[in-house]
Design a protein around this ligand. Structure first.
Ligand code: ZN
Ligand code: ZN
Length: 150
């Protein structure tokens, strides 16, 4: 028996392939493999593994969460979801909820003169609006990466 992992060029997700002694290939979602190893039991059919930060290549156990299939589908059917973001000013990680995302993007759509940015706190938001600090990355790129378009 041989096993290896590969990244699908279609959706960027990682899969584990097992080749048995007869040369028969079976493949399995890698985050499921990680979760099963962590739990020490196979996952049930209705148990999905969700990536907390929205990054399907981040299969660290701390980024994985079991969600029942129905709930999981519902979660991804609403366009915006909870993600872990990096503050554009101080570089700290914080949780951006689906609700905050939808408000944030709606604000960009309204094309207010105010530059929107992802900040972890009121203090960082204040620094950003002072104009003295350069954002660490482009928020537009991040939104495109998560949601495909602004
Ligand atoms: Zn998910
Ligand atoms: Zn910050």
């Amino acid at each position: 028996m041989k096993q290896y992992i590969y990244t699908s060029t279609k959706d960027g997700r990682i899969r584990q392939v097992i080749v048995d002694d007869n040369g028969k290939h079976t493949s399995k979602s890698y985050p499921r493999v990680v979760m099963e190893e962590y739990l020490g039991r196979p996952l049930k059919d209705n148990e999905d593994v969700h990536h907390i930060d929205g990054d399907v290549t981040n299969n660290d156990i701390s980024n994985l969460q079991i969600i029942l299939h129905g709930e999981h589908q519902q979660m991804h059917s609403t366009k915006y979801h909870d993600t872990t973001e990096i503050c554009q000013i101080c570089g700290n990680k914080f949780i951006m909820t689906g609700k905050s995302w939808s408000r944030f993007v709606a604000d960009i759509h309204r094309k207010t003169d105010k530059k929107r940015c992802l900040t972890c706190s009121k203090s960082c938001a204040g620094k950003m609006s002072s104009g003295k600090y350069k954002p660490l990355y482009s928020v537009e790129d991040r939104i495109k990466e998560l949601y495909g378009a602004i």
